[in-house]
Design a protein around this ligand. Sequence first.
Ligand SMILES: [Zn+2]
Length: 122
Amino acid sequence: MCNIVKADLNDIFVVTGQCPAQQQLLDYVQGKLSAAEQHEIEKHVADCELCSDALEGLAAIQQKERIPVVVRQMKWQLMRKLRRQSRRKRRLGHNIELALIVMVVLFLLLAAFWIFYFVNKK
Ligand SMILES: [Zn+2]
């Protein structure tokens, strides 16, 4: 029991002694570190709750900074949706135009048939 506590304390001491600077963690989140440095931080964060929490917080901040881009993307998608809808409306308008033309043509054919019928009757 006593040994476990001692080992835990020892672990905490060793781990905190190796903690990278916050700037280094930030660089890690932003992908600015070399592969070796990145690996070292990954190795450390896997063992160190303090740094894994800090890294999570920094990653959340990074994501918050990315929010405007996400909002812009959402806006763009909305605009695209609206444009698609207006295009559909335009197609609907075209259909009404077509229906009108068909109706006019049918009316003219009917009128022609009527006139033809009257002329023949005379
Ligand atoms: Zn640490």
